[in-house]
Unconditional design. Structure first.
Length: 343
């Protein structure tokens, strides 16, 4: 008679596997050094202190996912970097407000608990939090048979940061003749993958055998937290923008005050090889600029006199370079010249 009983496990949900995963997360976060230990992983909620050295604290919150980059991870069966992407997509937005990331939570929904896969994803999330100097304090894992096809999953992230009201980056800080700097990206980051996958499908490219694409398409998003916070602490930034979906123009215009414009010289942009590969595959300049970061992962707007001081904060690989300046104009962004893709 017992074999005829309906159970959650028979429906495709294995609570014991989920419990094992929660225990793994608790263990991996408890081992991290130099951080306050969060002992309530697996509880109903996470509790965190507000730093006492901030006079008038304001909370900043962001959420994001990694889009269809997940399908690339599934295709090549590599899951240890998309967790870094997940953290990066939220914390890189936090710092645009001048905020310091405090903690991070994740949400993973999957067809069926796959412990090796989930452990790899979590290791990436923990790594992203380490880079960002914030804590993974909790999250949720949902086993959803029937909603996702076999082997399919999705992830989302939620970051909370803090900033003193006087240090919030305001549009009013940006002035005429300020410089616009490009901070190099680490590749595509987590945007434009639907177009990339469409191109690969139409061209019948096997990325498992194409070593260039296999490496490039899974590169994790660069996290700009530490460099940006160092610049903020030294009062070296008037504004900054995280270059994600919508590209350079759509993201920079969000921080430009009325009656001013960011005049960008497109031929100054130095794209990495993945963008040159995309351009050679019949994608227009307009489409490239609208869909991808084109090698510019983050933009800084600074006073001209601070340029050399800013450079000292970055490693050689991610050293910023000038791509434009702030001018008087009603249009928020002016794109000049054209992309020099074959430089």
């Amino acid at each position: 008679m017992k074999n005829n009983l309906f159970t959650y496990k028979k429906s495709g949900v294995n609570i014991s596997s989920a419990d094992k995963f929660v225990k793994f997360i608790s263990n991996i976060t408890a081992k991290k050094k130099g951080k306050k230990k969060f002992t309530n992983i697996g509880g109903f909620g996470s509790i965190s202190d507000i730093p006492k050295n901030i006079v008038n604290p304001k909370i900043v919150a962001c959420t994001d996912g990694v889009g269809t980059k997940i399908e690339i991870a599934n295709l090549i069966q590599k899951f240890d970097t998309i967790g870094i992407d997940l953290v990066a997509m939220s914390v890189n937005d936090l710092i645009v407000q001048g905020a310091r990331p405090l903690f991070f939570l994740d949400y993973i929904s999957i067809n069926k608990i796959d412990l090796p896969k989930l452990k790899s994803i979590i290791k990436g999330i923990v790594k992203g939090c380490e880079i960002s100097n914030c804590s993974l304090v909790g999250g949720e894992t949902a086993e959803m048979p029937g909603t996702y096809a076999k082997g399919k999953f999705d992830i989302a992230g939620f970051a909370v940061g803090i900033v003193d009201q006087k240090k919030i980056l305001s549009k009013n800080n940006i002035k005429k003749n300020d410089l616009v700097l490009a901070v190099p990206s680490n590749g595509l980051h987590s945007n434009g993958y639907s177009l990339v996958r469409y191109l690969i499908e139409k061209k019948k490219i096997n990325i498992k055998k194409n070593l260039f694409l296999k490496k490039e398409l899974i590169r994790p998003t660069k996290i700009y937290v530490n460099e940006t916070l160092s610049l903020l602490n030294k009062n070296l930034i008037n504004g900054c923008a995280n270059i994600t979906g919508g590209g350079i123009e759509d993201n920079i215009k969000r921080i430009i005050p009325d009656k001013l414009s960011a005049e960008i010289n497109l031929n100054k942009i130095n794209p990495s090889n993945i963008y040159k590969w995309l351009k050679k595959n019949n994608i227009s300049d307009k489409e490239m600029l609208k869909t991808f970061n084109c090698g510019v992962g983050f933009c800084l707007i600074i006073k001209k006199k601070n340029f050399h001081r800013v450079l000292k904060i970055f490693s050689k690989k991610y050293r910023p370079y000038i791509i434009g300046k702030i001018v008087k104009n009603k249009k928020k962004v002016i794109l000049k010249d054209r992309l020099d893709w074959y430089k």
